[in-house]
Design a binder for this molecule. Structure first.
Ligand SMILES: Nc1ncnc2c1ncn2[C@@H]1O[C@H](COP(=O)(O)OP(=O)(O)OP(=O)(O)O)[C@@H](O)[C@H]1O
Ligand SMILES: O=P(O)(O)OC[C@H]1O[C@](O)(CO)[C@@H](O)[C@@H]1O
Ligand SMILES: [Mg+2]
Length: 504
């Protein structure tokens, strides 16, 4: 648990902190509280919880340093935020975010640990408009690019970048880069304005088009210079973020007056640090429709199995969340948890029991699960897509065929059917739902505020519900895997009663 205290005098902190903490949360022993003051004193206090009997000391938090254009361009213009002049906003006290406003990466701690690991004590700058900006709106030339696979909400982010830049900051030169990173050097930029993007949030896909591969750093940076772009918004997944890191580093190396920001996108929800990626909720909702259909098909057959393959290259978040929200699933297979088919504790034994009990069963499998079980040629082992991601074999089709062989061998002549549903692209090609649209708007506007304030090489995103600015390198390497040792996975197993697939 963490509390941010606004205007406390540091020496009064323990007293007022506990009063506030206790008024809010009551007597919860072993909760960790970080102390944050306006003058950037962070943590490092010893306080005794009333009635708890113990005392503890939180080490200081480390504020993750955000790159700024002023790191290498010392004489940038410093201008009042144009929001001051917009009648809708009336910026009041507390409207602008100060450099001392931070958010915490972790908000729970185990105080019984002898020393808290420093990588858990990280803080980030809070996202939002700053009092001064380092770009004159009239001189801004913004580029927006979408890379990697589709994800619900891509068009909303583009729309909100255009509308936010135009309406909030008065920027008039905004361009879409067609077809992903390769479009910087192989296509003409498309001018964008609010009228043109007006209904894009209602459309699936990306109106700018996307692609994999084609990352030629020299050509991309030369194109940025040639077109005069000074703000580059890269919307994409982990690969896109790694590419954005390289673009940012090269721009820094060349000392260019160009700010680069990443807006994390991935339907798989495999990007770390941020709470979740946009479009994920929408994808889970769509996945549930496929599970419903599989359940109806399975229930309506004799010894029916409904099999649904969902996206999730290296993570099973979609499968897990769709399973938990559906409650019709008998077994959820994800890449983070190996499984096996035959023998004691295997999938077949489990399904045999379920069919005897219920007459039907539903299996959800993430596309990256069980890949090591599927026989493949040497060429197939080496296959990669244009971005270098491994190409998977169809686990659903393989499982369907294995299930049929198993049944024919063990219960020949008895009725049995497997209905395989593959909604892979359907769950990501749809427009974002209401909550994802809202999320996309906040992401886009946070990114704009950070860029206008002169930050660069950063990603904006929600961390424990608060929007922050995170150095892009950190996001590019942070992976969000399903933790099969935590409560959520235990919850899946308790809902499905599926085996743990730990061979005994
Ligand atoms: N290490 C890297 N360095 C530079 N560019 C990269 C790197 N990895 C990927 N890219 C580029 O980023 C773009 C998108 O990468 P990729 O196809 O892996 O999708 P992604 O951004 O990870 O999104 P998703 O996985 O959600 O579909 C591609 O143009 C690819 O060439
Ligand atoms: O067929 P495509 O467009 O390469 O995308 C497939 C991949 O993209 C994702 O949707 C996102 O990375 C993965 O779940 C999936 O493996
Ligand atoms: Mg990726």
């Amino acid at each position: 648990m963490c509390i941010a205290l606004g205007d406390c005098v540091p020496h009064q902190l323990p007293q007022c902190f506990w009063q506030l903490a206790w008024s809010l949360f009551g007597n919860r022993s072993r909760s960790a509280f970080a102390i944050v003051t306006r003058n950037m004193d962070i943590g490092n206090t010893t306080a005794e919880p009333p009635g708890d009997g113990g005392s503890f000391c939180l080490p200081p938090f480390t504020l993750s340093r955000l790159p700024r254009l002023s790191d290498y361009l010392p004489s940038l213009p410093s201008l009042p935020n144009p929001i001051d002049r917009i009648p809708f906003y009336h910026p009041s006290d507390g409207f602008y975010i100060a450099p001392s406003d931070i958010i915490l990466r972790n908000i729970y701690f185990d105080l019984s640990c002898p020393s808290l690991p420093s990588d858990r004590l990280i803080a980030y700058h809070r996202a939002g408009p700053r009092r001064t900006v380092h770009f004159d709106p009239a001189a801004v030339c913004a580029a927006i690019v979408t890379c990697g696979g589709l994800c619900p909400g891509l068009n909303t982010v583009i729309r909100e970048l255009v509308v936010g830049l135009w309406e909030i900051y008065g920027v008039r030169n905004i361009f879409g880069v067609p077809s992903g990173y390769r479009g910087f050097y192989s296509a003409d930029p498309v001018p964008l304005d609010p009228k043109m993007v007006d209904d894009w949030h209602k459309r699936g896909g990306t109106a700018l088009a996307t692609s994999r591969g084609g990352f030629d750093l020299r050509k991309i940076v030369e194109a940025i210079e040639r077109h005069g772009f000074n703000q580059v918004y890269c919307i994409g997944g982990d690969g896109t973020m790694r590419g954005a890191v390289k673009i940012f580093e090269e721009i820094q190396h060349r000392k260019l007056y160009v700010s680069v920001t990443g807006i994390p996108k991935t339907v798989d929800n495999d990007i770390g640090i941020i709470d979740r990626s946009f479009g994920f909720q929408t994808a889970v909702e769509m996945a549930q429709q496929a599970i419903n259909a599989a359940h109806v098909e399975a229930e309506s057959a004799v010894n029916g199995i409904g099999l649904v393959k969902l996206m999730g290259r290296s993570t099973g978040h979609i499968a897990l969340h769709a399973t938990l929200s559906s409650r019709d699933v008998d077994c959820c297979l994800i890449p983070e948890n190996d499984f096996y088919l035959e023998g004691k504790g295997g999938l077949f034994e489990f399904l045999d029991q379920r069919l005897k009990q219920n007459g039907h069963a539903v299996i959800v499998v993430a596309e990256g699960a069980g890949q090591d079980l599927i026989p493949r040629t040497d060429a197939q082992k080496e296959e990669k897509d244009e971005s270098g991601n491994p190409v998977f074999l169809d686990v659903g089709a393989w499982l369907k065929s294995e299930l049929k062989s198993w049944w024919e061998l063990n219960r020949p002549g008895e009725l049995f059917t497997v209905k395989y549903i593959d909604p892979t692209y359907m769950i990501r090609a749809v427009p974002a739902n209401a909550m994802d649209n809202l999320y996309c708007t906040l992401l886009a506007h946070s990114a704009i505020h950070g860029v206008m304030a002169g930050y660069t090489g950063f990603v904006s995103g929600p961390v424990n519900g608060n929007y922050g600015y995170i150095p892009i390198e950190e996001v590019a390497i942070a992976k969000n895997l399903v933790n099969t040792k935590d409560h959520k996975w235990a919850w899946v197993r308790s809902v499905t009663n599926q085996p743990d697939f730990l061979k005994v």
